[in-house]
Design a protein around this ligand. Sequence first.
Ligand SMILES: NC(=O)c1ccc[n+]([C@@H]2O[C@H](COP(=O)([O-])OP(=O)(O)OC[C@H]3O[C@@H](n4cnc5c(N)ncnc54)[C@H](O)[C@@H]3O)[C@@H](O)[C@H]2O)c1
Length: 285
Amino acid sequence: MNIERVGVVGGGQMGAGIAEVCAKAGVDVVVHEVSEELAEAARSRVEKSLGKAVERGKLDATDRDNILAGMRFVSDLNLMADRQLVIEAVVEHEGIKTDLFGKLDTIVTAADAILASNTSSIPLTRIGQATSRPGSVVGMHFFNPAPVMPLVEIVHSVTTTDDTADRAAAFARDVLGKVVVRSKDRAGFIVNKLLCPYIFEAIRMFESGFATREDIDAAMVNGAGYPMGPLTLSDLIGNDTMLAVAESLYAEYNEPRYAAPPLLKRMVEAGMLGRKSGRGFYDYG
Ligand SMILES: NC(=O)c1ccc[n+]([C@@H]2O[C@H](COP(=O)([O-])OP(=O)(O)OC[C@H]3O[C@@H](n4cnc5c(N)ncnc54)[C@H](O)[C@@H]3O)[C@@H](O)[C@H]2O)c1
């Protein structure tokens, strides 16, 4: 089965990026959001991203218009019915995701459709159990920003069939042109299991007054060759997402290095989510 019709549920920073990547590959894409207003916001996110590519000379205006013409932004989940692959990218909240997969299970008609989650840390096995077809549920973990970052982690739950995982991997690699790695269903998968303790340690370092935020970030950019420092990265990922990932990692491994630093919790409570809210470790005006 060639995957030609993809649904993306959640049009935030990740969902909009994933939808853009699929549409650029010539796939018909439907993006679902919780309201018409948020569906329009998702469209604006994609338009802005494509607009930047045109400005930089990486895309011509006709291609931009064709890509946008291949995308629909909707608030009716029933429009996922004819999709061959649905990629969920809603907030990192287990109850919201399992509720959504229960609904997709009844809506998506093709028995061999793939139901994928972009979750950063929630066990795919639990998400699969919310459906009557856990063999068709797989993790497709893209990275931020999805149009730029090459990696997709394909996550096999204990119930994902090899056929589902192989088809999801082939789509990511052959159609989207991504680099694919495979991980078992353990919280954080490969990248976040390694990356998050490092970011949490940077937050603890900043919180304790060990060094300034600018020096922590400059140290890792200039001393370790990272493209951005850990506090800038936390702001880019979203501090709410970082907190949710910490909670999943800590619940899974019970190790202090995965525990959310208190400062991260207070910042999320204060709405300091990073770039997306205009303020996090840094002020984005
Ligand atoms: N931010 C990152 O760097 C990153 C990287 C990889 C994976 N992820 C994962 O991607 C997912 C989304 O993260 P994000 O950064 O895009 O978050 P975000 O807050 O930018 O976007 C989430 C979107 O989901 C929408 N939403 C919430 N409930 C919904 C529902 N029931 N149906 C449809 N839409 C719904 C919200 O309106 C919002 O637009 C999370 O699971 C996160 O862990 C994030």
